[in-house]
Design a protein around this ligand. Structure first.
Ligand code: RFL
Ligand code: PHB
Length: 394
């Protein structure tokens, strides 16, 4: 087999890149280890930055998002029992975020891929990348026990944190930066109306709480939990009780409880690999970086990488601009590190750190009072939350 770009991984990064390239007339093949049902079963991100929304529209997959997604012009913070509404639009010159879950984004991208007739191979085992430093890289894999080989011009490693692409770069040619957080998030999805029209990020001495949503009838809540906790220890009843304890009475009384559709615990990690390319291999999304979910940046940084890579590849194929290829990592990492910084900042600001010294706790409290009590502080939070602008590829 032969194609122009082999994309490894059919998560949101791989599917979005494939869609944009296909619409630009650039042939690509997506190779995915799992089944489509498995990929759709993962409940993850819920908030899209305005740049991600624009990119999905540009890819021709914005119709259902625009019809069903909820535009949020604000977000709320809560600590010491005090609620602070943050008007994202007023602080950013009219920008907003979209509540539209990663599952729905992925479903739309899968449908667009099927309509386009462009190929995806699901259930591919033993994917191996070859000759990335040459002009003719290729990828081998097994499909139903049969060995396959695809020759290509470029490989896009969109295969997430545990994928094969990053590991294919020799250790001496990559540098890793990592910080693992001492707690996890227990997430719960339920068909109950959200407790508040806007998302609430709350600090509580028993731990952080996030009240999020997927629609007007579907809620997504998160609780900070110790890393030693297992999801089996959290019955629905215990979850709702703990959530109520961490919310002020006016909100707790409004909480509508119900049967959970999904519950899972995610550890929190900050991670970046540099550079994000090796010869003709480009790393995209979680394959290159992980953020704690507190800033809602994981999926949005993946879209940001796709934004740069597809424009660079389009310039290469349509205008012969080979010079841009070497600049992918620089473009992507500038925004990635800013997203890492914001996610790190939000995680520090809002979680309970039992090992913090009394002085550090006072600093954390002062940070909260300063950032949420000054227009400059609120503007910093708002402009990062709606998403920093993309640089123009030129
Ligand atoms: P994905 O979604 O992990 O997709 C990668 C795809 O590659 C496939 N794959 C392979 N295919 C072929 N060969 C191999 N050897 C392969 N190895 C892996 C996988 O099966 C998969 O289909 O990465 P992508 O596309 O870069 O997308 C990134 C986003 O998924 C991610 O940033 C966010 O979901 C992060 N994230 C969250 N972000 C938020 O903004 N808000 C959240 O609430 C949130 N919750 C989460 C999350 C990530 C989680 N993970 C990764 C543990 C919750 C969890 C549990
Ligand atoms: C979610 O709805 O899953 C969500 C929203 C905002 C975050 C993290 C997760 O910061």
């Amino acid at each position: 087999m032969k194609t122009q770009v082999v994309i490894i991984g059919a998560g949101p990064s791989g599917l979005l890149l494939g869609q944009l390239l296909h619409r630009a007339g650039i042939d690509n093949l997506i190779i995915e280890r799992r089944t489509p049902e498995y990929v759709l079963g993962r409940i993850r991100a819920g908030i899209l930055e305005s740049g991600t929304v624009a990119l999905l529209r540009e890819a021709g997959v914005g119709a259902r998002m625009d019809a069903e997604g909820l535009v949020h012009h604000g977000v709320e913070f809560l600590f010491d029992g005090q609620r602070t509404p943050v008007s994202l639009s007023a602080l950013t010159g009219g920008k907003s975020v979209m509540v539209y879950g990663q599952t729905e984004v992925t479903r739309d991208l899968m449908a667009a891929r099927a309509d386009s007739g462009a190929p995806v191979i699901y259930g591919a085992d033993n994917v191996v990348l070859h000759d990335m430093k040459s002009d003719r890289p290729y990828v081998t894999f097994d499909k139903e026990g049969e060995p396959c080989r695809v020759e290509c011009d470029f490989i896009a490693g969109c295969d997430g944190f545990h994928g094969v692409s990053r590991q294919s770069i020799p250790a001496a040619s990559r540098r890793e930066f990592e910080s693992v957080w001492p707690f996890g998030w227990l997430g719960m999805l339920a068909d109950t109306p959200p407790v508040n029209p806007e998302l609430i990020y709350a600090h509580h001495e028993r731990g952080f709480v996030l009240c999020s949503q997927r629609s007007l009838t579907r809620s997504r809540y998160y609780l900070q939990v110790p890393l030693s906790d297992r999801v089996e220890q959290w019955s629905d009843e215990r979850f709702w009780q703990e959530l109520t304890r961490r919310l002020p009475a006016d909100l707790g009384n409004k909480l509508v409880t119900g049967h959970s559709l999904e519950k899972s615990i995610a550890p929190l990690r900050s991670y970046v690999v540099e550079p994000m390319q090796y010869g003709r291999l480009f790393l995209v999304g979680d394959a290159a970086h992980i953020v704690p979910p507190t800033g809602a940046k994981g999926l949005n940084l993946a879209a940001s990488d796709v934004n740069y890579l597809w424009r660079i590849l389009r310039e290469y194929y349509l205008r012969g601009r080979g010079d841009l290829l070497a600049r992918y990592s620089g473009y992507a990492l500038d925004r990635v590190w800013k997203g890492e910084r914001f996610s790190w900042f939000m995680t520090h600001l809002l979680h309970d750190f039992s090992e913090k010294s009394p002085f550090d706790r006072k600093m954390q409290q002062a940070d909260r009072r300063y950032y949420l009590g000054s227009r400059a502080g609120l503007t910093t939070i708002a402009e990062n939350y709606v998403g920093l602008p993309y640089e123009t590829v030129a």
